[in-house]
Design a protein around this ligand. Structure first.
Ligand SMILES: NCC(=O)CCC(=O)O
Length: 337
């Protein structure tokens, strides 16, 4: 029950906000490096750091540089990184077969990081869009994204990722039935400990634009993803997807994008009380970083305020391109608010 304050002057709520130490003492939520998951873009090449124009401050890294980045993240207390590939256009096909190539970029990077930075978790997305010449998360036939045919491809992709050493799989495709298929395949192939963070409440959003540049999928995408991602107007439907994915074997669930969907984060956490994560996506990053770099807002403060909002909404953690920057900021013990 929330206590209603008695009328002024019996109550003077400003008393609790009077000094830094009083605000520290009465703060309800906290943010630390262990709340953060850092997405890293991987590309081919040797010792390459390639800036992404639409995400100022974010780079595509070749494998050796990704290993260094993972090491830096681990040293700053970040528990988990998520690897995303920039796939050479020549490797994109209508059947997206590169997705289950055991030697593809993310599988190779996973092996390299596991060998050299064993104490950080690695998550890989299960979805076909970085490998599909149509830019869709599923296999397309005559303009239709085929649900059941895609499931077999996702199963193969998931198994090669588990084999490469991924700790957490993130099915981000929004096909029906994928969590159950992947969970069963993991059990049958002796990967009982591989966790699934289901992208359960993934909305068809305009905020993914810069990510599609980052993985080279924007030119490829034909049409939109509204037949599988959720309608931004819906909230009950998101809860149904979370319930379904948990029933099929997900260990944790994700809401994506983040900031425009904090109400969904709060409902999911309250309703299911399971580990709940939000993805502060590329467009959200670009808005804050772009405005910050132009001097229109304070980048550091907006970054931290945006991340704290997820904690306030009940999230257990946040995938954010700001993760390392934030962990460095927190390590310097700088005052948050
Ligand atoms: N499956 C991963 C994403 O789609 C990321 C989207 C973004 O950062 O905009």
């Amino acid at each position: 029950m929330v206590h209603t304050p008695p009328p002024f002057p019996v109550s003077r709520p400003r008393r609790n906000r009077r000094t830094d130490w009083m605000r520290d003492l009465t703060r309800e939520n906290s943010l630390s490096a262990s709340d953060l998951i850092w997405p890293i873009f991987v590309r081919e090449g040797d010792d390459v750091v390639e800036p992404i124009d639409s995400m100022p401050g974010v780079n595509r890294l070749s494998v050796s540089r990704a290993v260094e980045a993972a090491n830096e993240a681990a040293n700053h207390g970040i528990p988990l990184i998520a690897l995303f590939p920039y796939t050479d256009p020549d490797k994109k096909t209508p059947d997206a077969a590169e997705a289950w190539n055991p030697e593809n970029l993310v599988n190779t990077a996973t092996r390299a990081i596991k060998a050299q930075v064993p104490d950080i978790g690695i998550m890989l997305d299960v979805a076909l869009d970085p490998y599909n010449s149509d830019g869709h998360d599923g296999i397309v036939r005559e303009g239709v994204v085929m649900n059941d045919e895609t499931l077999g491809a996702l199963e193969q992709q998931a198994l090669t990722q588990a084999e490469a050493g991924a700790d957490i799989l993130g099915p981000s495709d929004m096909m029906d039935g994928r969590i159950g298929i992947i969970r069963r395949a993991l059990e049958q192939n002796d990967f009982p400990d591989t966790a699934i963070m289901a992208y359960s409440a993934k909305f068809a959003s305009a905020f993914y634009g810069p990510f599609r540049d980052a993985v080279g999928a924007s030119g490829a995408l034909k049409g939109d993803k509204k037949t599988y991602q959720l309608d931004p107007a819906n909230s009950d439907e998101a809860l149904r997807m979370v319930a379904r994915d948990l029933d099929e074997g997900a260990d944790m669930v994700m809401v994506k994008p983040g900031m425009p969907y904090l109400d969904i984060c709060q409902r999911v956490k309250q309703e299911f009380a399971v580990p709940t994560y939000a993805y502060q996506v590329s467009g959200e990053y670009a808005m804050i970083a772009g405005a910050g770099d132009n001097g229109w807002i304070d980048r550091d403060k907006a970054m931290l305020e945006s991340l704290m909002a997820f904690k306030r909404a009940g999230c257990d953690g946040i995938l954010s391109y700001f993760a390392l920057e934030t962990a460095k900021f927190l390590r310097r013990d700088m005052d948050l608010f």
